[in-house]
Write a protein that binds this ligand. Structure first.
Ligand code: ADP
Ligand code: ADP
Length: 228
């Protein structure tokens, strides 16, 4: 599904954000990406989105070398990736239904597909009764559920979550984690960058730890930190 081969990313300011990364993530896996601020997590994620290219090395997604994805092909390539952010990034002027529908219109879904699919994904995240609400009328947890609904609306093969529980209280964070785990169980590969130690330790999932651009740990049922 995902493979990094000798990936180096050196920014223009000479900072080496990824330093010879070699890693494979299989289809259907759930992976936590951890590491201190500046360790290279965002750079790793941006490579997968093809927002940036490696200085050297190769990134493969679904057996396709991202080098072969031209600028023109990038939007098409990203169709199979769902993204969730710490700050939800909903469109404030659109209601819940329209926020999810918007993501589908971008990929030219038909009105019929949208009428069918949006209620389905809103039901999956438990928000059927809020489809007419606007983002500012929702709690943080509800907004994140909308953002998850939007992320899965187009049936992505990969869901990337960047600190998805960062703004949520512990109970709400658990609800969001349950939904992300459900999405993973349904077959979507999940890569989640996080600082949520409790969640990582409780989940017993694969943990890839970055430090100064290098993978310093890669454990099948890992913990947030080394030790214990
Ligand atoms: P976070 O740790 O919350 O992911 P970052 O500090 O990594 O946030 O980065 C926030 C944004 O700023 C990213 O888009 C990143 O590429 C950019 N950025 C981070 N460090 C630098 C830098 N030294 N020079 C220019 N842009 C940077
Ligand atoms: P993280 O997401 O783990 O906080 P980043 O990938 O954002 O880490 O950053 C890794 C390193 O690269 C940091 O030293 C950061 O300052 C640097 N960096 C990130 N983005 C840029 C950028 N656009 N230009 C220059 N340096 C950057």
């Amino acid at each position: 599904m995902i493979e990094f081969k000798n990936v180096i990313k050196k920014y223009d300011n000479q900072v080496v954000a990824l330093d010879d990364i070699n890693v494979k993530i299989e289809s259907g896996e759930f992976v936590f990406l951890v590491g201190a601020s500046g360790a290279g997590k965002s750079t790793f994620v941006k490579m997968l989105l093809k927002e940036i290219d490696p200085t050297s090395g190769d990134v493969l997604v679904n057996n396709r070398n991202l080098k072969s994805v031209t600028k023109k092909d990038v939007p098409f390539y990203r169709r199979k990736i769902g993204m969730v952010f710490q700050d939800y990034r909903l469109i404030p002027t659109l209601n819940v239904f329209e926020n999810v529908a918007f993501a589908m219109r971008v990929i030219d879904a038909t009105p019929k597909e949208i009428r069918r699919r949006v209620p389905m994904v809103l039901a999956l995240v438990g928000l059927s009764d809020r489809s007419k609400s606007f983002p500012n009328e929702l709690s943080g947890g509800e907004q994140q559920r909308v953002s998850l609904a939007r992320a899965i609306a187009n049936n992505p093969t990969l869901l990337i979550a960047d600190e998805p529980t960062g703004n949520l209280d512990p109970e709400t964070a658990k609800d969001i984690m349950r939904l992300i785990m459900d999405i993973n169980k349904a077959g979507t590969t999940v890569l989640m960058a996080t600082h949520a130690k409790d969640i990582v330790d409780a989940s017993k999932r694969r943990v890839i730890a970055l430090e100064k651009g290098k993978i310093v740990r890669d454990e099948k049922k890992g913990r947030y930190e080394l030790n214990a």
